[in-house]
Design a protein around this ligand. Structure first.
Ligand code: NAP
Length: 320
């Protein structure tokens, strides 16, 4: 299979990361890159891609994109819904949306490859999870699937500044962000409903309530999520995680704390579980632009194409 694909929003953080993974994918040809900067060479808009591709940014043309095997939408919330409607009208065979617009839409399939693979394999409209959502799901789902959680889940997760996109804002301004740590959207983050929906499916209909405090960390890339749960004393949480992620090549179950620098620039999710008495903790570190966005969308494409989920996505992390 060589799949011909297009990326809309290719000059953004998530879209350019999609292009980065797709250019190195052995079964994919990137045929179109789209943004409002039509006519600019992608290698000029994204200097890290300079000399590695001749692609020139195009205007959004639903009829042209619909002739490709797959279209990735990496545009801001709201824009994605309009573009997806145009692609629907033109009969696009496969759309993978990285924005939040369709994650709770019953006409779309939730693109969580480790926890929803069967549905993704047959889907034509795939909504890739949010970055925080992915990290929380990876850290919580093994406990929820085992129906081991008593009472609510409490979650805290710290993220890097690329999580809010390429347009500068006060919250991403270097002097405000650097050497600082703060909570925001306390108990009101927009990712909670999609996490609850996924966990309800994983748990066979019942999901624990979930309370989430996001933290803004002085990083550019990376999320570390900590999920706190009450469980039965004696529960082997390490065994639950090992079992849940056995045979999942992009998930590594660690003995100690996962670290964001070990997954930086990769498609990996590093997870770990701990228990003391009835207190259990699940941890997940991932790159918000990788497993939290672009590489996760490519995982979905791989499943849809019948390829091994890790095709084109296995890169050895750099340290330090
Ligand atoms: N950043 C993350 O960690 C992350 C993680 C998971 C999901 N996501 C989701 O992915 C999407 C993109 O996020 P991002 O962080 O990459 O944002 P971003 O850096 O602001 O990129 C947005 C992209 O969309 C393009 N664009 C905007 N309006 C457009 C339109 N009407 N038609 C065509 N292109 C348009 C922009 O390009 P021009 O300005 O050149 O037009 C840019 O390439 C968002 O929905 C976000 O929620 C992001």
């Amino acid at each position: 299979v060589t799949a011909r694909v297009g990326v809309v929003g290719a000059t953004g953080y998530a879209g350019s990361e999609c292009v980065r993974w797709l250019l190195g994918h052995p079964e994919v040809e990137v045929e179109a890159v789209v943004s409002r900067r039509a006519g600019t060479r992608l290698g000029d808009a994204i200097p890290s891609l300079f000399g590695l591709t001749d692609l020139v940014i195009e205007e959004f043309d639903a009829a042209r994109l619909a002739r490709l095997d797959a279209v990735f939408l990496a545009t801001p919330h709201g824009a994605a819904a309009d573009l997806a409607r145009a692609l629907d009208a033109s009969g696009a065979p496969l759309v993978i949306d990285l924005a939040a617009d369709h994650r709770l839409d019953p006409g779309w399939t939730y693109g969580q490859p480790e926890w929803n693979a069967e549905a993704i394999r047959g889907a034509r409209r795939i909504a890739a999870p949010g970055c925080f959502a992915t990290a929380i799901e990876m850290a919580a789902a093994p406990l929820v699937r085992a129906k081991a959680v008593k009472g609510p889940l409490f979650v805290s997760a710290a993220t890097g500044s690329t999580g809010s996109g390429a347009s500068p804002s006060e919250a991403t301004h270097h002097p405000e962000r650097f050497a600082n740590l703060r909570a925001y959207k306390v108990l009101s983050h927009q990712h909670v409903p999609e996490v609850k929906a996924l966990l309800a499916r994983v748990g066979g209909g019942a999901a624990p309530d979930l309370h989430f405090v996001p933290l803004s960390a002085p990083l550019d890339r990376g999320i570390l999520a900590t999920v706190f749960a009450t469980v039965d004393e004696g529960l082997d949480v390490g065994a639950l995680f090992a079992e849940a992620y056995r045979g999942k090549p992009l998930v590594r179950v660690r003995d100690g704390s996962p670290e964001v620098r070990h997954v930086r620039g990769t498609a990996l999710a590093d997870v770990a579980a701990f228990r003391d008495g009835s207190a259990a903790v699940g941890l997940c570190a991932l790159d918000n632009l990788g497993k939290g966005a672009a590489s996760q969308a490519v995982q979905c494409l791989n499943l849809r194409l019948g390829l091994p989920v890790e095709t084109g996505l296995l890169a050895v992390p750099c340290t330090p």
